[in-house]
Design a protein around this ligand. Structure first.
Ligand code: TXA
Ligand code: MG
Length: 340
């Protein structure tokens, strides 16, 4: 495809919506501070939330970091191009606006052929968050991006995103043969996959719990919210009328604005539910999740209910469950949240 129009826009400090295998991104060149600022203003995103830098090759990734260890090499060789973001110590080539003042930068090589072509033709890495207004569900089609920004943003259409949820964000520290990993955001690349790749190369792996707010500044609790309240529950533990009764009691006590994002709540009782039906296959469930959330919010329902089954819990589901938990206004019964 001829990408000249998009390459020129980026050259002139503009932003461009572009496809990746996970979700659509809103890109600017890392060497155009006005372009980076443009991302934040277009998204209405606070400056404390760092952006991911997208590269076309491992060579390009190395130019962004002061420390490329054996563990980093193994992970990049195993999972790039693909949905894994590595958080690495940054060089001065990375503007601190991109990293929100952090000394580290999140880097990934996306797998979508048009993303790789765009970054290669530009010749410079592209900083890009997901192409949605701050706090809202990420776009998985070009149509979704146009729905967010109208004609303010040019979008390179690469069809629907096959993965469907954002990349796994991973912090890596290596000391000799010991590698400490922290999953800052779960995604399609799961801890067992990361462990297997590193152990196969003779490294020892230790997973550490995330010290949330500090290490993953963008990981706010109520990210990814649909416009109407989503209630997450378990079909093994509650019936749908029990969910509606309890939600009616609890929803009215919830604030209308959560972490800066407005929620459309019914004035009286909940009347019309839309059911969010997830595939039994975690890969398909992830692919469809954000489209389903968007479509369900656009109908005439005043709330969404998603019933999880026991078979939809576990490592392969961690990315989908993380997004559902963040999207949910209520999780019922209350102690179910701790089990997923
Ligand atoms: O799949 C994806 O990762 C998509 C596509 C477009 O690549 N991008 C994406 O970007 O989801 P965004 O901005 O919506 O999420 C990036 C998140 C930040 O909110 C933050 O949690 C984490 O990545 N992150 C980025 N840089 C970081 C850093 N230096 N330290 C810790 N976390 C970082
Ligand atoms: Mg995002």
């Amino acid at each position: 495809m001829n990408l000249k129009k998009y390459v020129d826009l980026l050259e002139n400090s503009g932003v461009v919506g572009f496809p990746t295998e996970t979700v659509y991104g809103l890109a600017a060149r890392i060497d155009r501070p006005a372009g980076i600022e443009n991302i934040f203003t277009t998204k209405e995103r606070p400056f404390f939330d760092p952006l991911i830098v997208h590269v076309a090759s491992i060579e390009q990734a190395k130019s962004l970091t002061t420390s490329w260890t054996v563990a980093t090499e193994v992970l990049a060789q195993s999972f790039w191009p693909g949905p894994l973001t590595l958080v690495l110590p940054k060089t001065t080539a990375v503007n601190s606006m991109i990293t929100s003042g952090l000394e580290t930068v999140g880097v990934r090589q996306p797998k979508h052929p048009l993303a790789l072509q765009l970054i290669s033709e530009v010749g410079v890495p592209l900083a890009a968050p997901s192409a949605n207004k701050f706090g809202r569900t990420s776009p998985t089609t070009a149509e979704h991006v146009r729905g967010e920004f109208g004609n303010k943003v040019e979008v390179l259409d690469g069809g629907p995103c096959p993965v469907g949820i954002e990349s796994t964000v991973l912090s890596v520290a290596q000391n000799g043969e010991d590698v400490r990993l922290q999953v800052l955001r779960p995604g399609a690349i799961t801890p067992p996959m990361l462990r297997a790749a590193l152990e196969q190369r003779g490294l020892r792996v230790l997973f550490e719990k995330t010290k949330e707010a500090r290490l993953a500044p963008g990981q706010m609790k109520h990210h990814y919210m649909p416009e109407i309240p989503l209630i997450l529950s378990s079909s093994d533990l509650m019936t749908s009328s029990e969910v509606t009764d309890e939600a009616n009691q609890k929803l009215k006590n919830l604030p209308d604005v959560v972490e800066g994002v407005r929620l459309r709540k019914p004035a009286g009782l909940l009347t019309k539910a839309a059911l969010l039906q997830l595939s039994e296959d975690p890969t398909l469930a992830a692919r469809e999740l954000y489209s389903q959330l968007r479509e369900a919010s656009q109908g005439n329902a005043d709330h969404l209910i998603c019933f999880l089954k026991r078979s939809q819990i576990g490592d392969e589901w961690s990315g989908v469950l993380d997004r559902l938990k963040k999207a949910a206004s209520l999780i019922l019964p209350e102690d179910f949240a701790a089990k997923i």
